[in-house]
Write a protein that binds this ligand. Structure first.
Ligand code: NAP
Length: 297
């Protein structure tokens, strides 16, 4: 199979490419917005790097021509002066869905987020919900995978967790008393490939989360213990952080906003985990933490 990946230089993209090369025979069109971004990718023969843009569906279709499946990863949580939710999450997805139709791809796989909802009061969740609607409306088979915090090499979640767990004292939002369902990036890679292999011409939405619910506070403590460390966890009141974020993001024109803080501290809850539907054997949380802390056997 030939798989095209948008946002191939993202942390999810880097992990997916490594997984495809190590575990499958598939070939990949790896799309990113600049040559500099492409230069960060692995370069075995089966990966063909291409600079892509999301300004024209026809041009994007030309760049992704020949793909059986398109995995759409480009998207942001943190807006900046140069990138907004509307541009990165909604309009880029509109372009990818149109391009997928133009080339007659068999499947379009979109990575969304637990909490995505086009009617959400949170601008990030709303943009991901709007993107989901565009994917579902495309006249080809599609799969939407809603994910929680992802743990794996280079993911933002793993970096902040390891950062907090390595300290002797750390302060986290609301004392870290919100519930998470961390998902191992290898499990997501497998889920993506299962979706690429589907033959249905309809659209399905999967909520795929890790096997264990845990507060962020306990996640830090567990990771620190695994690293042979003890960390004292203090609390930053969420209202104080929201106020600070509102001021600094307005001055900077982006960065951490109250919207981002609300996403980070939202409980990750799903009604039905898609591990069974996707035939994924979820990695135990302890094994995932051992992997990211470099302690796996
Ligand atoms: N990481 C997680 O825990 C997590 C959780 C839930 C969902 N997700 C979703 O998974 C996907 C990958 O996440 P990630 O954390 O791996 O991403 P990431 O490392 O932050 O990379 C973001 C990607 O989006 C691209 N991008 C930024 N602005 C763009 C724009 N205006 N138009 C088109 N592309 C743009 C970036 O390209 P440039 O390098 O060119 O800027 C890069 O390829 C995203 O859709 C994200 O919402 C991630």
């Amino acid at each position: 199979m030939r798989i095209a990946v948008t946002g191939a230089n993202s942390s999810v993209g880097q992990n997916l490419l490594a997984h495809i090369v190590a575990h499958t025979e598939h070939t990949v069109i790896a799309g990113a917005r600049s040559q500099a971004a492409l230069s960060t990718l692995p370069t075995p023969n089966r990966i063909e790097p291409r600079v892509i843009s999301y300004d024209s569906a026809a041009n994007l279709a030309t760049a992704l021509q020949g793909a059986d499946c398109i995995v759409h990863l480009a998207g942001i949580l943190i807006e900046s002066k140069h990138t907004t939710y509307s541009h990165a999450n909604v309009e880029a997805t509109r372009c990818v869905a149109a391009a997928a139709e133009l080339i007659g791809a068999k499947q379009l796989v979109f990575i969304s987020v637990v909490g995505a909802n086009p009617a959400s009061t949170n601008a990030y969740f709303r943009s991901k919900g709007a993107a989901e609607e565009l994917v579902a409306a495309a006249r080809i088979g599609s799969s939407i995978i809603r994910t929680p915090i992802l743990l794996g090499p280079g993911t933002a979640g793993a970096s902040s967790l390891l950062g907090a767990a390595s300290k002797t004292k750390t302060k986290v939002l609301g004392g870290g008393n919100y519930s998470m369902r961390p998902l191992d990036i290898d499990d997501l890679n497998m889920a993506i490939l299962r979706c690429c292999e589907m033959s249905a011409s309809s659209s399905s939405t999967y909520e795929l989360v890790g096997p264990e619910a845990i507060s962020y506070r306990n996640l830090i403590l567990k990771t620190a213990a695994l690293m042979g460390k003890r960390v004292e966890i203090g609390s930053i009141p969420i209202w104080v952080a929201r106020l600070g974020a509102a001021i600094s993001s307005r001055l900077k024109g982006g960065g951490i906003t109250p919207t981002v803080l609300d996403v980070i501290t939202a409980d990750e809850v799903v009604t039905q985990n898609a591990d069974v539907a996707l035939n994924i054997s979820l990695t135990p949380l302890a094994d995932t933490l051992a992997k990211i802390a470099g302690k796996s056997k």
